[in-house]
Design a protein around this ligand. Structure first.
Ligand code: ATP
Length: 261
């Protein structure tokens, strides 16, 4: 596992309101230790995506705002820092739904992500090699239009775009969404390798709790805009409530369920 010594991200007691009336988060706090993977779990509408959007300062695009609390990235407040500056400071948000440019080629998609680096470093061949090393399928399809990639390949490209920006923190919103189980496994194993080999910290929102626990060091369970429970992922997987609600296992009928399957 990567070195985990201090916090790269601290979200301290934040409140988020959309359109001046919908309170999506109230008093939510979490930490991401440097080099670690943190999973954010919770039902639909719990506030997981909103948490990521608050961190990367994109809420104003949806008429939302952080109305209380503080967010610190590498010890510095992110208050009022434009999203593109946060990218240059080393934070990259892979949004839900594989936001890629479908009418650009795979390689052009990587190049446009590299523009985010301007002011930090130029995009050399190593950047592309790094992405293609983790995702050989993207190399094979580098000259094809991204719109013709399969869902899984588009997700790989979305993660590749993050990687090429050489971030210290990647925020991933539901990388498994709509993908077949085998592909989900492949993508999560690459996510885990990127964390270990590149030392990139990650904050991961995921509905697939067993996958999320398998790659994360720490987990937070969010309900109604608040953290209800958190702990090391291995401990959470032993918690009876988490097992029942998020892993679909009833402690008193485990054997029965196994036999049903
Ligand atoms: P899901 O897994 O369904 O994406 P989530 O945990 O990510 O759920 P959010 O999308 O963060 O939840 O939503 C949290 C709350 O904020 C919900 O009540 C949702 O209806 C509300 N909300 C989210 N986006 C907006 C928006 N743009 N305008 C108004 N309300 C919003």
């Amino acid at each position: 596992m990567a070195d985990v010594s201090s916090n790269i991200l601290e979200v301290d007691n934040i409140e988020v309101v959309y359109g001046k009336s919908v309170t999506a988060l109230s008093g939510l706090s979490l930490k991401v230790r440097k080099g670690s993977v943190v999973a954010l779990l919770g039902a639909n509408g719990a506030g997981k995506s909103t948490t990521l959007k608050a961190v990367t300062n994109v809420l104003p695009l949806e008429d939302g705002q952080v109305t209380a609390g503080a967010i610190r990235f590498s010890g510095e407040s992110t208050h009022g820092v434009a999203p593109d500056r946060l990218v240059r400071k080393g934070m990259f948000h892979v949004m839900e739904g594989r936001r890629i440019f479908t009418d650009l080629t795979v390689e052009e998609n990587l190049t446009t992500a590299g523009f985010a680096l301007s002011g930090r470093a130029s995009l050399g061949k190593e950047g592309y090699d790094l992405v293609y090393g983790y995702f050989p399928r993207l190399f094979e399809r580098r000259n094809g239009l991204a719109g013709y990639l399969s869902g899984g390949e588009q997700q790989m490209l979305a993660i590749g775009r993050a990687l090429i920006a050489q971030p210290s923190l990647i925020l991933l919103d539901e990388p498994s969404l709509g993908l077949a189980p085998k592909l989900v496994e492949e993508i999560f194993s690459i996510i885990s390798r990127i964390n270990r080999e590149q030392g990139v910290s990650m904050l991961l929102v995921e509905q697939n709790a067993s996958m999320a626990f398998s790659v994360s060091h720490h987990g937070y369970i969010v309900e109604n805009g608040k953290v209800m429970l958190d702990g090391p992922s291995q401990e959470l997987t032993r918690n009876p409530v988490v097992r029942e609600l998020y892993l679909g296992v009833h402690s008193d009928s485990e054997s029965k369920r196994r036999s049903y399957r």
